[in-house]
Design a protein around this ligand. Sequence first.
Ligand code: ADP
Ligand code: MG
Length: 298
Amino acid sequence: MSLKLTSITKIYGTQKAVNTISFSVEKGEIVGFLGPNGAGKSTTMKIIAGYIKPTEGEVLVDGIDVIKTPKEAQKRIGYLPEHNPLYLDMYVREYLKFQASIYKIDLTKIAEVIDKVGLINEAHKKINQLSKGYRQRVGLAAAILHDPEVLILDEPTTGLDPNQLVEIRELIKELGKNKTVLLSTHIMQEVEAVCDRVLLINKGEVIIDKPLKELKTSKEQIIKVTFDYKLEEQFIKRLPNILSFKNTTENNWILTFESEQDMRPVIFDFAQENGLKILGLNTENKNLESLFHELTKS
Ligand code: ADP
Ligand code: MG
């Protein structure tokens, strides 16, 4: 196991930004860390990278405790922060040398990394002369200089044009072949293009943790129901084949079933048997995009 989070919680003042998140990532996996703005992605990633401490919980990178021994763990982690902080006045090669010296990395490594991220023709330029896509490459280069096992990339493609987007995604895929990658994004297509697994979070909690393949081919049905009465969870749990449920507003529920059979008539019967009325009922088109919207809408 390359990366393992156990019950990570982060409270800022009175706000729970991350609420008992647990997951693990195996070596060679690229996991899409998906969620709307404010879901807690960056907070979780900063905790993994050892930049902030969680209120509770444990993070292990290659078995090493990030919270107790951050320096030791950071040797194994490459972190690209959300707003890739670069020294804009520095030349690309100079910046990477500077980074290499901080982390006591062999200077010969720099040429290798410059080549790997496709920066050969830009290495003599100042960072502020580079396009956003190339700046991201510099950020990635800095993150992989010390050849870390685990890469934590916080929205690496935000703000890129379509061509740059494709190039950076290819680069991440390439890096992911022999590293463990956790990649945050709020773009669904990105996950479909790059990732093996989806980890969807909302309001600091994991909602889905599944291989992409399973998510696409599952027999899951998502049905939105409005009853005329506010029901208890206990009651909803009695529905046959129910996998998960979410009470979005007072009388509205998003129900997920696993069944070959169309669950809508079953819900109707269930309502009738219990003296309830159904005010609305919709089946959601089961693609990643709609799943994301439904599960993360407040
Ligand atoms: P995401 O990266 O998914 O957009 P963040 O982890 O940045 O989400 O934020 C999660 C929540 O925590 C948000 O509501 C945000 O406003 C809050 N938050 C993040 N950083 C801080 C901080 N330093 N102080 C207080 N609240 C914060
Ligand atoms: Mg963020």
